[in-house]
Design a protein around this ligand. Structure first.
Ligand code: SAM
Length: 340
């Protein structure tokens, strides 16, 4: 039984509530906006296995984070389902008292075979990324020729395993997949699944980001509203990333994540753990805090909790708001933060 959590606030009085855990830096897709082939080709130096956190190390860090108030844990990557035996990690995390929401973000490619084991291990819910419903667009975007139907089969398998309704994440790029906005909204309306449209963000120097390829969330909402009228829904909790809209005809909801056109920092309660054990306190942070080194130097659980408290109480990040003030300078984001 986990002791009652203490609430630790950062310098802007924000608590730590959500932890994104990247279980691998590898992915089997090469989406141009995230891990383009030019930057993540055969010569790319992915982490060597000993450098990646082991499951027991992740579990210790998550326990420490939960003791400081984390309530939501999301597994992500890279592509989390390429990590072998991921269900064993899910099982260990599901046993931690105090986690209200244990979820996973995946490209869905391996879900058809893995959904059952994840559900049996105690995963609460899933987000599947899907950027288009037509093969030409989707294959061009994942850049490995992966067909849409296999992702839809993965979603169906997840729902059959009791992990439904899944959320769907879609990154919309001008001139690439704007047509997918109404395709995806139309397909998932009435199914219980919420599609969340994410503004295309800069990920540093690797994805050739251009502001004119960003489709602002307001435009996405307007396109759907013109077809199926929508109304705004209030947020469920402090720090909710997506803005939500419901169909007036009762066919469910969509969400938009407007991190470029309307950056949000004031309510940010998230931290991210990278596959090699760096803790980042902001999605735009250029460097993290080395928890792997601490663990492997023999830190006790109390040492780990102390380290987390010191890191979080010193946190003053509000990167995207400051950048927005500098008139559309380019935000840089570590994508495993998105997931949601
Ligand atoms: N591989 C998994 C997946 O595809 O969902 C998990 C990791 S992926 C980095 C997490 C989410 O970040 C996905 O929904 C992906 O679409 C989103 N993402 C990646 N690069 C992005 C970018 N440049 N702008 C906006 N969202 C992005």
């Amino acid at each position: 039984m986990q002791p009652a959590p203490i609430t630790v606030l950062d310098t802007l009085r924000r608590p730590l509530r959500d932890l994104r855990v990247s279980v691998t830096d590898r992915c089997n897709f090469r989406c141009g906006y995230c891990m383009p082939k030019e930057a993540f080709g055969p010569d790319h130096a992915f982490l060597a296995r000993p450098d990646v956190l082991q499951f027991d190390e992740i579990e210790r860090i998550v326990r420490a984070a939960v003791s400081m108030g984390v309530r939501k844990v999301r597994l992500t990557g890279g592509e989390p389902l390429v990590r072998r035996d991921l269900d064993a990690l899910v099982r260990a995390l599901a046993a931690i008292d105090g986690i209200d929401d244990l979820s996973l973000t995946t490209n869905g490619s391996l879900l058809a075979t893995k959904a059952r084991a994840l559900a049996d291990a105690g995963l609460h819910r899933l987000t599947v990324s899907l950027d288009a419903l037509d093969d030409p667009t989707f294959m061009r975007m994942n850049d490995v020729g992966f067909p849409v139907q296999r992702v839809l089969d993965g979603i169906a398998a997840a729902e059959a395993a009791g992990l439904g309704p899944v959320k769907v994440n879609s990154v919309i790029r001008r001139g690439v997949n704007e047509h997918a906005v109404t395709d995806l909204a139309g397909h998932f309306r009435g199914t219980g699944s919420t599609v969340r449209f994410i503004e295309y963000m800069d990920v540093g120097t690797t994805n050739g980001w251009r502001l004119d390829e960003v489709v602002p969330a307001a435009e996405v909402v307007a396109a759907i509203h013109a077809r199926w009228p929508l109304e705004a829904v209030g947020s469920d909790y402090r720090g909710e990333v997506a803005r939500r809209y419901r169909y007036l005809d009762g066919a469910g909801e969509i969400g938009v994540i407007s991190s470029v056109s309307e950056p949000f920092c004031g309510d940010c309660t998230r931290a991210r753990l990278s596959a090699d054990g760096q803790l980042f306190t902001c999605l735009f942070a250029g460097s993290g805090h080395d928890l792997r080194g601490l663990l492997r130097d023999g830190a006790t659980d109390a040492d780990l909790t102390d380290a987390l408290r010191i890191i979080w109480t010193g946190r003053d990040d509000r990167y995207s708001e400051l950048r927005a003030l500098e008139t559309l300078d380019r935000p840089r984001v570590e994508m495993s933060f998105i997931g949601g």
